[in-house]
Design a binder for this molecule. Sequence first.
Ligand code: MG
Length: 249
Amino acid sequence: MVTLKNSSEIEKMKAAGEIAITALYKARELIKPGVTTFFLDEVIRKHIVASGAKPSFLGYGGFPASACISVNDKIIHGIPSREEILKEGDIVSIDVGACYKGFHGDCARTYGVGEISDNAKMLIDVTRESFFVGIKKAIVGNRMGDLGNAIYSYAEKFGYGVVEDYTGHGIGRALHEDPGVPNYGTAGRGIRFQEGMTLAVEPMINEGTKDFYILEDKWSVMTMDHKLSAHYENTIVVTGDEPVILTKV
Ligand code: MG
């Protein structure tokens, strides 16, 4: 069931969103060769807790950390680890959720570690841009397929693989609510956008094939061809005009 949020609920989601993105930006400042993904997760958890919020992912379905941190060919759901040390040229996707006053905010970014290749930079830029191309369609009266189609068509032009088996989602009192927000679709199809719909829109774009497999840790989603993958996500609220980004400072 899709729930529409009123203005006081949206205010709480904005507060949750600010906490989540601020935690993510704190981690971004510390990314450099030699740092572990465990350390970045600690920084994120401490900021969320110090803000009076809860890390949305910690314990969700048994997930053991506050952030999902996915390096290079890991698409999503990477488990931060003391053994995982970032090195020059890596790209690192950080996905953060915070729950504040009963409402969630969810966001993700991919960053380079030190100097990265031009190919890696382009993948990160196209993934980010595909989000903005997509949300331009998330306007009252348009349909979900308009958004998915816009993201897919944009990323595909670069020869990239758009991940289909994992999607964005409605968000609010629950981290994952209806509707699903696929990064593909047919324009003019799908449910209609309504004012007050809150959605986590999150293109996951692969340098090569969209195919993936899951590691023995049961979480980490890897590209089948071990080429790079990037992720960009914000929580938005649908309005009569362009949507408002709630995971913003
Ligand atoms: Mg999400």
